[in-house]
Design a protein around this ligand. Structure first.
Ligand SMILES: CC(C)(COP(=O)(O)OP(=O)(O)OC[C@H]1O[C@@H](n2cnc3c(N)ncnc32)[C@H](O)[C@@H]1O)[C@@H](O)C(=O)NCCC(=O)NCCS
Ligand SMILES: Nc1ncnc2c1ncn2[C@@H]1O[C@H](COP(=O)(O)OP(=O)(O)OP(=O)(O)O)[C@@H](O)[C@H]1O
Length: 199
């Protein structure tokens, strides 16, 4: 039996940091953010749909998606974000399931699905156990500002586009508290794998 773990959290609470630790421990991770980048590459169906919906101004000269411009549009307008989600999410879900199937065939004892919007998109059913990477909102905002060079307002808008991380932690089967050092988080990850009998 393969255990499917849903890994989530809110923006910049540390999902990628935890998923990197899991990969280093040889746990297969399917990353929705990476797939969301793949499905909007030139030639993909979602690429053309974004052009139809948002116009050529959200593309760069080399024809790739201008993520900064599109981000500025969708994180300041709920309707535009919903429109983008409706284009990108089905393609992401389909590719995640394909990858999951191929890991299942290989007999992996555990698969991690790293999905930022797992609760918002009602995808809890995709996982046997849900792990939320938590950080206090002030820590989250500070890390987001530092990582992306966002202003206070930009950081607040991106955080507001998701369910508050506290609510996600309340719904989780397991919580990893990432307020402290990465070393402390790594210890929690290893402890969790022991608890789940995956080491
Ligand atoms: C708007 C886009 C172009 C901005 O790109 P950018 O490179 O700045 O951000 P990136 O993709 O690395 O996302 C960073 C984080 O933002 C958050 N986020 C991204 N999209 C969304 C969304 N639609 N709603 C809420 N939060 C989101 C997630 O926590 C994600 O981890 C991009 O995020 C996008 O295409 N979003 C729609 C697809 C999506 O929902 N992806 C998230 C998981 S499937
Ligand atoms: N324990 C920590 N101590 C210090 N910095 C950290 C810690 N955990 C993560 N960070 C930093 O905070 C930022 C956000 O972390 P990370 O990219 O892992 O978040 P995320 O949840 O994957 O974000 P996103 O939703 O945007 O994909 C990164 O710059 C990361 O290096």
């Amino acid at each position: 039996m393969t255990l499917t773990i849903g890994l989530t959290g809110s923006i910049a609470t540390g999902k990628s940091t935890v998923s990197k630790m899991l990969k280093e421990l040889d746990i297969p991770v399917i990353d929705a953010d990476i797939i969301a980048r793949e499905v909007v590459e030139p030639g993909e169906p979602a690429y053309n749909k974004i052009k139809e919906a948002f116009g050529s101004e959200v593309f760069q000269e080399d024809h790739s998606l201008d993520r900064q411009k599109l981000g500025a549009l969708v994180f300041t307008d709920d309707n535009k974000r919903k429109k983008l989600n409706a284009i990108v999410h089905p393609a992401v879900r389909e590719r995640m399931l394909e990858q999951k199937r191929s890991y299942l065939e290989s007999g992996a004892p555990c698969i991690v699905l790293d999905i930022p919007l797992l609760f918002e998109s009602n995808l809890s059913h995709m996982a046997d156990a849900i792990v939320v990477v938590y950080a206090d909102e002030e820590v989250q905002k500070q890390r987001l500002k530092e990582r992306n060079g966002f202003t206070e307002e930009e950081a607040s808008q991106r955080i507001a586009a998701q369910m508050p991380v506290k609510e996600k932690a309340d719904r989780a089967d397991y919580v990893i508290n990432n307020n402290g050092s990465k070393a402390d988080t790594c210890r929690q990850v290893k402890r969790l794998l022991e608890q789940l009998n995956i080491t």
